[in-house]
Design a protein around this ligand. Structure first.
Ligand SMILES: Nc1ncnc2c1ncn2[C@@H]1O[C@H](COP(=O)(O)OP(=O)(O)OP(=O)(O)O)[C@@H](O)[C@H]1O
Ligand SMILES: O=C(O)C1=C[C@@H](O)[C@@H](O)[C@H](O)C1
Ligand SMILES: [Mg+2]
Length: 168
C-alpha cells in the first residue's frame, strides 16, 4: 500500500490543515508524521527536542516516514524538516508529493510566535526565513505537484488539491 498523497512544505504551509481537509474530501484516512512521532514518544515535539535532542527527533522522523510510505494508504502530512534527509527524499521518489508553497509573510502570520515549533523557538521570522531559503529547493525536488497557498483560504486550496488527486 502507498499513500494517496504526501504533503510537504515549510512550517505554516498548511500541511496538517490542508492534508486533513483533502483526506476528508477524498474519503480516505489522514495521518501526520509529527503526530505519529508524538504518539510513539509519548510526549509533544517540543519535549522530544528538549529532552532527547533534535538528532533523536530526526531519527524518529526518518523511521516513521519510511514505515508510513510503505504501509499507509491515506493522505500523509510530513513535518517541515522531513525533506532534509537525503534517504527520505529518495524514498519519496515513487510517490505523489504535493508541495504547499508559502512565502515568508504568510508563513510568519500562520506560525505566529512559533508555539509548539521548537525550530522557531527564537526569533521566528528570521529563523523561518533562513529555513525556507535553505529548504525551498529540497521541497521542489521531491514535489510532483506544487500549489501556492499565499492569500488563499484552506477550503479553496483543499478543493484544488482534491480535484488534482482525483485526476492522477
Ligand atoms: N491557507 C491558509 N490560510 C490561512 N491560515 C492557514 C492556511 N493554512 C493553514 N493555516 C493556519 O496556519 C497555521 C499552521 O497550519 P498547519 O499547522 O496546517 O501548518 P503545517 O504546514 O502543518 O506546519 P508544521 O510544519 O509546523 O507542522 C494553523 O493555525 C492553520 O489554521
Ligand atoms: O521545520 C521543522 O524542522 C519542523 C517542523 C515541524 O513540522 C516538526 O516536524 C518539528 O517541529 C520540526
Ligand atoms: Mg503540521
Amino acid at each position: 500500500m502507498a499513500p494517496v498523497a504526501v504533503f510537504v512544505g515549510a512550517p505554516g504551509a498548511g500541511k496538517t490543515t490542508i492534508g486533513g481537509m483533502v483526506a476528508e474530501l477524498l474519503g480516505v484516512p489522514f495521518a501526520d508524521a509529527d503526530a505519529i512521532i508524538e504518539e510513539r514518544a509519548g510526549k509533544p515535539i517540543p519535549e522530544i527536542f528538549f529532552d532527547d535532542g533534535e538528532e533523536t527527533f530526526r531519527a524518529y522522523e526518518r523511521e516513521t516516514i519510511a514505515a508510513a510510505l510503505a504501509d499507509f494508504g491515506g493522505v500523509l502530512a510530513l513535518g517541515g524538516g522531513a525533506i532534509l534527509h537525503e534517504g527520505t527524499r529518495d524514498l519519496l521518489k515513487p510517490h505523489t508529493v504535493v508541495y504547499l508553497s508559502v512565502e515568508l509573510t504568510d508563513a510568519v502570520k500562520r506560525v505566529g510566535l512559533g508555539a509548539g515549533r521548537p525550530m522557531l523557538a527564537m526569533n521566528p521570522r528570521a529563523t523561518l526565513k533562513y529555513l525556507m531559503d535553505q529548504r525551498r529547493p529540497l521541497y521542489s525536488s521531491v514535489a510532483t505537484h506544487t500549489i501556492a497557498t499565499d492569500g488563499r483560504e484552506p477550503e479553496d486550496i483543499s478543493a484544488e488539491v482534491a480535484a488534482l488527486l482525483k485526476a492522477v
